[in-house]
Design a protein around this ligand. Structure first.
Ligand code: SAT
Ligand code: MN
Length: 612
């Protein structure tokens, strides 16, 4: 009889010294063929990777604290000043392992076309062979952790489970903060039967032997050679976006790179918005926004800061759950003014990665607004040259610590979405906000999203690239099929959310931001809500509906004269070129691009020609 308890684990080959999961006194789980599949996989992985020990993680607080203690003993974690930052620790990555590696990330489908030009592709057999060779013996001298996790509220019909096998205790404690991890997830896996199999080893950390591979057809992920967030916490981008987007297409839902925020009006009604921006473009800040004093009575609730799974309910209403249970946010720039909620949230029980340290062992980062750095993110005395914290330094913290956390993040059915908001980081061209004319136009706007690259991925920063739906690095299949899937929602519901595009990042010719951003973005959210409620008229232009200047509340705003006008202006010649570029971009996806998307692009092009 195979069961998941200490007795079971001792059936593993004798050469391992086995540490059972902490609870030797745990009740024996009933035998189940579905767990047998999990046991066989764990055995097979252990036979390949040859760990010294296997630990089945139960997800308890005691386990978390035991792993933290172990990592502070061996230097993987450094305790921060416990008087000022109780329960907070610093992890320093290998300096060559501080961001996602898109060029080493592969989607391995039987047919290359299914992965599409938006992904690196390798044939599944070749990919398995390549990465399995790296896993051979990779865990010798190490402990192998088996981490069952659930993405989404444990009782939600929309949630999905996975098991990550990893040799990194840093990954385990991050997974504990970021997901519903351990026994409850294991029980659900037993019930559901299917789960995503994720295998991870930090390996040698050699950037030339690093791969993040996805096998959507068999619900598998294999990641070798990196310990960094999006490469190693497999529940996040690998499962909840790349694999889930594939599952979502098959099952009729959407897995998106979106925050979910509740905006409550002074009258007490709350609208929920799902907003997609590329990595490190302020999703966490928007999700935790604090209404400025000029906006009395408004309140913001955070449902999620990075990923949304969207389903149509029986009435045709789009509903969202956040598959995650924590935040893995960018630290630099977080301060009392930009995001006081995050600033307060990360005062305790937080794992910091690649921040600097002050003399008195407090975490420090650029624009923290207090303290001075003594030690840089690499652990060297800070020379004053360049940033002290890594620009992609991160915090990991559980979502419930957020002062404006919404309990509805636990609601099995999620929340109803009123508006979908896309955005990018654009110095020029894109207005502060506009609304798409209908769902199909919204899909075209989203497919054409472009943004300047950030430090969240390795490579040049600040280069404009197309990032459709902010999913360029995360869509687990051909974008052309993905757009067709998005378009298909119009056939299934007459009451889909309105679609908007925003840009907080417009600059003047001297490089100064035209819009103050942060809490003031609420003024734009109010316009969006006013449109959803049918309370506000808009200016109909070739690119979409724009606000009348008077409908954006600009009182008490410190803005240059004429800035709002510039922000709401449509540069027709510039857009003419932009829409032509979108057309060329779509062409690169060939015959699979849905006709409806091309027709919409041509319609906008013709409308622009008619006015310019
Ligand atoms: O991919 S991570 O989760 O590490 C961070 C990001 O790019 O959003
Ligand atoms: Mn992200």
């Amino acid at each position: 009889m195979r069961t998941i308890d200490s007795a079971d684990i001792t059936t593993a080959p004798k050469r391992w010294s086995i540490i059972a999961a902490p609870s030797n006194d745990r009740e024996t789980m009933p035998q189940h063929s579905r767990l047998q599949d999990l046991n066989s996989w764990v055995d097979a992985v252990a036979a390949r990777t040859q760990p010294d020990r296997i630990v089945w993680c139960d997800g308890s607080d005691a386990e978390y604290h035991r792993l933290v203690a172990q990592m502070t003993d061996d230097g993987t974690l450094l305790p921060l000043n416990q008087d000022r930052y109780p329960g907070c620790y610093l992890h320093r990555s290998d300096p060559d392992d501080v961001a996602r590696v898109e060029h080493l990330t592969f989607v391995c489908t039987s047919d290359e076309e299914d992965a599409g030009p938006n992904n690196n592709w390798m044939a599944p057999d070749a990919a398995h062979a390549k990465i399995d060779a790296l896993f051979n013996g990779a865990m010798r001298g190490r402990t192998m952790y088996v981490v069952p996790y659930c993405m989404g509220p444990i009782d939600s019909p929309y949630a999905r489970c996975g098991v990550e096998i990893t040799d990194s205790p840093y990954v385990v404690v991050n997974m504990k903060l970021m997901t519903r991890m351990g026994d409850a997830a294991l029980a659900r896996i037993e019930r559901d039967g299917d789960y995503v199999k994720g295998l991870h080893s930090t390996g040698t950390l050699d950037p030339d032997q690093r791969f993040i591979m996805h096998f959507p057809e068999s619900l598998e992920i294999k990641s070798y050679g990196s310990g960094y967030g999006g490469n190693a916490l497999l529940g996040k981008k690998c499962h909840a976006l790349r694999i889930a987007s594939w599952q979502a297409r098959k099952e009729g839902w959407l897995a998106e790179h979106m925050l979910i925020v509740g905006v409550q009006s002074p009258a007490g009604d709350t609208h929920y918005l799902a907003c997609a921006f590329p990595s490190a473009c302020g999703k966490t800040n928007l999700a935790m926004l604090i209404p400025p004093a000029s906006q009395p009575g408004w309140k913001i609730w955070t449902l999620g800061d990075d990923i949304a799974w969207l389903h149509l309910d029986d009435a045709g209403q789009l509903r969202a759950i956040n598959p995650e249970a924590g935040y893995f946010g960018v630290v630099p720039g977080t301060n009392e003014k930009t995001n006081k909620n995050a600033f307060d949230t990360i005062r305790s029980d937080t794992i910091f990665t690649n921040v600097a340290l002050t003399e008195d062992n407090c975490p420090w980062w650029e624009d923290k607004g207090e303290g001075t750095p003594a030690t840089d993110w690499r652990g060297n005395p800070y020379s004053g040259d360049g940033p002290a914290a890594h620009p992609n330094a991160r915090f990991t913290v559980r979502a419930t610590a957020n002062p404006v956390y919404s309990e509805l993040a636990e609601a099995p059915d999620g929340v109803p979405i009123s508006a979908i908001v896309f955005g990018g980081r654009r110095k020029q061209l894109a207005p502060l906000v506009f609304e798409a004319k209908d769902w199909h136009h919204g899909v075209m706007v989203a497919a054409g999203v472009a943004s300047e690259t950030t430090a969240a991925a390795t490579g040049a920063v600040g280069v404009v690239r197309r990032d459709p739906m902010a999913m360029k690095p995360f869509c687990g299949y051909n974008f052309a099929d993905y757009w067709a899937h998005w378009l298909s929602f119009a056939e299934r519901s007459d009451t889909l959310p309105r679609v908007f595009h925003v840009n907080w990042f417009r600059q003047d010719s001297d490089g100064r931001f035209l819009w103050p951003g942060f809490g003031e973005n609420l003024r734009v959210l109010r316009w969006i809500i006013g449109r959803c409620d049918g309370q506000l008229e808009a200016r109909d232009t070739a690119i979409g509906h724009l606000p009348h200047e008077a409908d954006i509340d600009a009182h008490d705003l410190d803005m240059a004269p004429g800035a709002l006008e510039t922000l709401l202006d449509v540069d027709m010649a510039g857009w003419d070129a932009e829409i032509a570029a979108v057309g060329e971009y779509l062409d690169a996806f060939g015959a699979r691009v849905p006709d409806r998307l091309r027709e919409t692009q041509l319609k906008v092009r013709d409308a622009l020609k008619a006015v310019s």
